[in-house]
Design a protein around this ligand. Structure first.
Ligand code: 5GP
Ligand code: ZN
Length: 113
């Protein structure tokens, strides 16, 4: 089985501009940005999706959110606003089966409904 692209980037086997990394997660720019600021906050550990998160990994989700907020601050979009998105499963358009949080900002984003 081919290795997961996000695991490979996290282990620095596939080159990417690493904006941030700590013991739990790392942050890269999306290769196909949907907004001027489009970051991905990704756990170092391979978690397939929210649906496969174990109960002792709840704090990891909190860490992904606080990292997303810190990165939005660094990118200068906390005042203008930003959006956090998790695509869970096929109907939501999840393409990479390794949990990740999208951070979108830098323009007026389309309304959800
Ligand atoms: P999903 O559709 O699974 O929620 O989001 C996956 C995202 O990862 C997509 O927005 C896609 O553009 C991005 N992506 C896929 N492969 C790579 C890659 O190799 N490098 C980077 N930086 N982003 C990637
Ligand atoms: Zn992975």
């Amino acid at each position: 089985m081919a290795e997961c692209i996000f695991c490979s980037i996290g282990k620095r086997q596939t080159p990417a501009q690493m904006l941030f990394q700590d013991d739990l997660c790392f942050v890269i720019r999306d290769i196909n940005p949907a907004a001027p600021i489009h970051l991905l906050v990704i756990p170092n550990q391979h978690v397939t999706s929210l649906a496969n998160l174990k109960s002792d990994q709840e704090s990891l989700v909190g860490h992904l959110f606080s990292t997303a907020h810190e990165m939005a601050r660094r990118e200068g979009v906390t005042d203008t606003g930003f959006r956090l998105v998790v695509n869970q499963g096929r109907n939501a358009g999840q393409h990479v089966d390794h949990l990740h949080l999208h951070v979108l900002g830098g323009k007026r984003l389309p309304a959800l409904g």
